[in-house]
Design a protein around this ligand. Structure first.
Ligand code: ZN
Length: 67
């Protein structure tokens, strides 16, 4: 299971090509991520430069939480 603070769990189909594509994307995201402070929960997380919220906070927003 691949996980990061940008996208949370990485879902992929159960075939070798899709697993490889997903793994390559995950490595790309990891390489380009920088240490940031989430603007909502204040945790230190590794995020892509144009992101400022961690995955768990984004999920809460999607689920209707107000901050
Ligand atoms: Zn957060």
């Amino acid at each position: 299971m691949m996980y990061d603070d940008n996208f949370g769990d990485y879902q992929c189909d159960d075939n070798a090509q899709d697993r490889e594509d997903t793994a390559a994307f995950y490595r790309h995201v990891q390489r380009n991520s920088v240490l940031k402070t989430c603007s909502i929960c204040g945790r230190k997380v590794r995020l892509l430069p144009h992101y400022d919220k961690c995955d768990s906070c984004c999920r809460k927003i999607e689920n209707g939480w107000q901050f």
